[in-house]
Design a binder for this molecule. Structure first.
Ligand SMILES: Cc1cc2nc3c(=O)[nH]c(=O)nc-3n(C[C@H](O)[C@H](O)[C@H](O)COP(=O)(O)OP(=O)(O)OC[C@H]3O[C@@H](n4cnc5c(N)ncnc54)[C@H](O)[C@@H]3O)c2cc1C
Ligand code: SF4
Length: 474
């Protein structure tokens, strides 16, 4: 612990966001960073608690007190080395993790927590800048071959660790570029794609083999892969979107959020779309259905595409501004989240259910919504009840369905390999990340359902550990 009085003397200071009037004109990252002196002061706020609850809150168990101390000492190499023991990609999580660690920070009981997430991004950036993150190929190759299918954070973390362990790892990806939702889901204004490319260059130089544009189950069968590799690990995400089966769903102008977001990310990468295929919010009244992070990303993207208006509605009640008694520290705080995209301009409504879409000449024009209340039934379960007389129409010519994801897409690889599924339709694994098929492991959102980047990294690391153990037994 560098400065024992740091948490008393220094107030939390965040890097803040670029001014709204400037940032909405481009897709560059919204968040700024502090200068080095301020960053060191922020790290000095860590109290080096006896029990670091922040570490407990972090799914990959980053060792916060140790690397805050290293930052305080200006020892960026040590800070980066400590961080990389538990996190393959601190430059991703440092930008987009919702930071459960900060909710669990002991300071957060009655003060503002340490800026752990920003300190993490700053450490990674400093380490790249000073040349501390360079390719370290394994000295010895084991002769074992592993196929990892899917290049999101789970697949990348798993492939990275196994490659570093000396196995020959091939990462297969059906899209034209690696990164999964990091690249094609999360907008550039939250995570610039050159940040992914920079890390991929390091992994390639370490000997990881990457094959893009290869849909396993279609271009190469799962069985073929099993014959060619000692182990196959599936990290295929949970891409089946939840739909809204109501009247008017098939009208033009009603789209899944992911179709809208992935297209914009590709557009920024220079890919052209025919006018009749392009989904754009320009000059439209946009209605985003779903109040989560994906919905918020649709809001920010619509604003940048120059929508006439953006409205976001959510079926659940508005969360409280502060923690409630049944949601105490150090647990994740279920409080109202206002993202940088919301700040850029958007009307938000809660406790609204969508009844139907109305259109003209096959194009959506309005959404009929009704206010609802949530009540407990006799079994204590929350049930939704419509409030009489509250039906109204929202004018819209672009509806983005952002209702979450159900489970991995079963058609193709999952069905071909006959993989067991859990009740929600996710790939069923045991504690060792093993599926019901010999030699087949699975990880990330494909086993947990849609989650977070940091949880996907944690899951990919666990799968790598299990695969390593398994390889010793065959
Ligand atoms: C719009 C959006 C915004 C988000 N924002 C955040 C955020 O800010 N912070 C956060 O922590 N989390 C966020 N998330 C969640 C996070 O992105 C995911 O939890 C995480 O990416 C899951 O990682 P994964 O590796 O399991 O799967 P994915 O990232 O989904 O990657 C799976 C990969 O597998 C590939 N694949 C699938 N099938 C095959 C096949 N048969 N052959 C070859 N390749 C295949 C896919 O093309 C994809 O590249 C967001 C999600 C979305 C949709
Ligand atoms: S990965 Fe997320 S939870 Fe872990 S230290 Fe970083 S910001 Fe916190």
């Amino acid at each position: 612990m560098g400065n024992p009085k740091g948490f008393i003397e220094i107030k939390r200071k965040e890097g803040g966001n670029r001014p709204i009037h400037e940032r909405v004109l481009d897709y560059g990252e919204v968040e700024q960073t502090l200068n080095e002196d301020d960053r060191i002061l922020q790290a000095s706020r860590c109290m080096d608690c006896g029990i670091p609850f922040c570490q407990w809150g972090c799914p990959i168990m980053n060792n916060m007190p140790e690397w805050q101390h290293a930052i305080y000492k200006g020892d960026w190499k040590r800070a980066s080395d400590l961080l990389h023991i538990t996190n393959n990609f601190p430059e991703f999580t440092g930008r987009i993790c919702p930071a459960p660690c900060e909710k669990a920070c002991v300071l957060a009981i009655n003060e503002e927590p340490v800026t752990i997430r920003e300190n993490e991004a700053a450490t990674a950036e400093k380490a790249f800048e000073l040349g501390y993150i360079k390719p370290k190929p394994p000295k010895i190759r084991t002769g074992r071959s592993i196929a990892v299918v899917g290049s999101g954070p789970a697949g990348l973390a798993c492939a990275d660790l196994l490659n570093k362990a000396g196995h020959s790892v091939t990462l297969f990806e059906k899209d034209e570029a690696v990164g999964g939702l990091l690249r094609f889901g999360i907008p550039d204004f939250k995570l610039a794609k050159n940040v992914i490319d920079r890390r991929i260059d390091v992994l390639l130089a370490e000997g990881l083999i990457i094959k893009t544009n290869t849909d396993i189950g279609k271009d190469i069968s799962g069985e073929e892969l099993l014959k060619s590799f000692d182990v196959v690990c599936l990290a295929i995400g949970a891409m089946k979107p939840r739909d809204l089966s109501i009247e008017g769903r098939n009208l033009n102008g009603v789209h899944f959020a992911m179709d809208f977001l992935t297209q914009q990310n590709r557009f920024i990468q220079g890919i052209k779309f025919d006018d009749n295929k392009r989904i754009t919010a320009e000059n439209k009244h946009v209605l985003v259905i779903g109040g989560g992070d994906t919905g918020s990303d649709c809001v920010g993207t619509s604003t940048r595409q120059k929508a006439k208006s953006v409205t976001q509605i959510e079926i659940l009640p508005k969360p409280s501004e502060k923690r409630t008694a049944d949601n105490p520290w150090p647990y994740w705080a279920n409080t109202l989240k206002t993202s940088s995209s919301h700040e850029e301009g958007c009307e938000r409504f809660w406790s609204l259910a969508t009844k139907r879409f109305l259109g003209e000449k096959g194009i959506v024009k309005q959404a009929e919504v009704v206010e609802i209340k949530w009540e407990r039934d006799s079994a204590g379960k929350f049930v939704m009840k419509e409030i009489e007389g509250t039906t109204r129409l929202i004018e819209t010519d672009l509806v983005l369905l952002s209702l979450g994801f159900l489970h991995p897409v079963p058609e193709g690889l999952v069905n071909e390999l006959g993989l067991g599924l859990d009740q929600k339709g996710n790939i069923l694994i045991n504690k060792k990340s093993t599926t019901n098929r010999a030699k087949v492991f699975a990880t990330g959102d494909s086993v947990s359902g849609a989650s977070l980047v940091v949880r996907a990294i944690a899951s990919g690391r666990k799968a790598a550990e299990s695969i390593n153990e398994y390889l010793k037994t065959i």
